[in-house]
Ligand binder design. Structure first.
Ligand code: F6P
Length: 323
């Protein structure tokens, strides 16, 4: 490996900049060249590729978003798009890739390796935490902190006005942000896609809390919930509890931005180094992650299997603490 291309793709996540910086710094440490591929696979197809130097990565570690920008590329899903992308990499002499993103982005890296043999290492960059092969994805911790900070504020109003709030958090089809936000903000209940909670059970929970004179009622709803998002659930609940003053807040993209937490900075930095060193050791078609505080490389094919589930124990704890 002599020239590494690095890109961020899919939804941005806090810590992506820290990961890019670590890739560049580590590559320089080993006297390798690094090329920034802008706007993810879209930029690879459009040849938006520039060599990076030290000044490109100054003061980026602490910034949210991704200075390489990100995109979801429809063209890269086609064989013609991938061929164009390959030709552009060839033109720059790029012979190793680091792809930072979620499952869609890593799937792209896997396909690309299979078709053109360019060694690629994936880094888990998504707030959703829905990738196997790592305890946490880059950005997840920051997103949870952002959600909890916002919910703390909502709780003030919930308490002051005796209102019932439904707060919807991101996570696509998974409930990791929701369960963490639920435990970390003393939610009255947490609804996640992995566990069905009938509306009757939620009403029971709220009635029990009312008897116990619990002051604040904030229910966390994961956006991918099987019974619908916060708005739908709130309407169902209103039918059972017509006297409750119910409000809905959808946190949305607020959760994707902001300066990364120390956890995400360290995770992203470790993984950036592991990506470069992994490529140098001949590893490819794998995702670098951290499990039990140790860096591990998992075949991308395995990491993208959608089977990482919210820990049963977390769900049990959330239930005990909200009843
Ligand atoms: O994958 C990250 C994520 O923020 C999900 O939690 C959410 O469902 C989705 O991306 C939103 O995507 P977009 O920004 O394209 O609307």
């Amino acid at each position: 490996i002599t020239k590494i291309g690095v890109l961020t793709s899919g939804g941005d996540a806090p810590g992506m900049n820290a990961a890019i910086r670590a890739v560049v710094r580590c590559a320089f440490y080993y006297n390798l060249e690094v090329y920034g591929i802008y706007r993810g696979y879209e930029g690879m197809i459009q040849n938006d590729i520039r060599q990076l130097n030290s000044s490109d990565i100054a003061y980026v570690l602490e910034r949210g978003g991704t200075f390489l920008k990100s995109a979801r590329s429809a063209e890269f899903r086609t064989p013609e798009g991938r061929k164009k992308a390959y030709e552009n990499l060839q033109q720059h002499g790029i012979n190793g890739l680091v792809v930072i993103g979620g499952d869609g982005s890593l799937t792209g890296a896997h396909l690309f390796y299979k078709e053109f043999g360019i060694p690629a290492i994936g880094l888990p960059g998504t707030i959703d935490n829905d990738l196997s092969g790592t305890d946490n994805t880059i950005g997840f911790d920051t997103a949870c902190n952002t959600a909890i900070e916002a919910i703390d504020k909502i709780r003030d109003t919930a308490t002051s006005h005796d209102r019932l709030f439904f707060v919807e958090v991101m996570g696509r089809d998974s409930g990791f942000i929701a369960i963490n936000a639920g435990i970390g903000s003393a939610a009255a209940a947490t609804l996640i896609p992995e566990k069905k909670m009938p509306v009757e059970a939620l009403i029971d929970r709220l009635n029990t809390r009312a008897k116990a004179k619990k002051q604040a009622n904030v229910v966390i709803v994961a956006e991918g919930g099987k019974s619908g998002g916060a708005l739908e659930i709130s309407k169902k609940v209103k039918k059972y509890l017509p006297n409750y003053d119910i409000k809905v807040t959808i946190l949305g993209h607020l959760q994707r931005g902001g300066s990364p937490t120390s956890y995400d900075r360290v995770l992203a930095s470790k993984l950036g180094v592991s990506a470069v060193e992994g490529l140098m050791q001949g590893k490819c078609d794998v995702m670098a992650g951290v499990i039990n505080n140790k860096v591990v490389y998992t075949p991308i094919k395995r990491a993208i299997v959608d089977d990482k589930e919210v820990d049963e124990e977390d769900f049990r704890v959330a239930k005990i603490l909200s009843t």
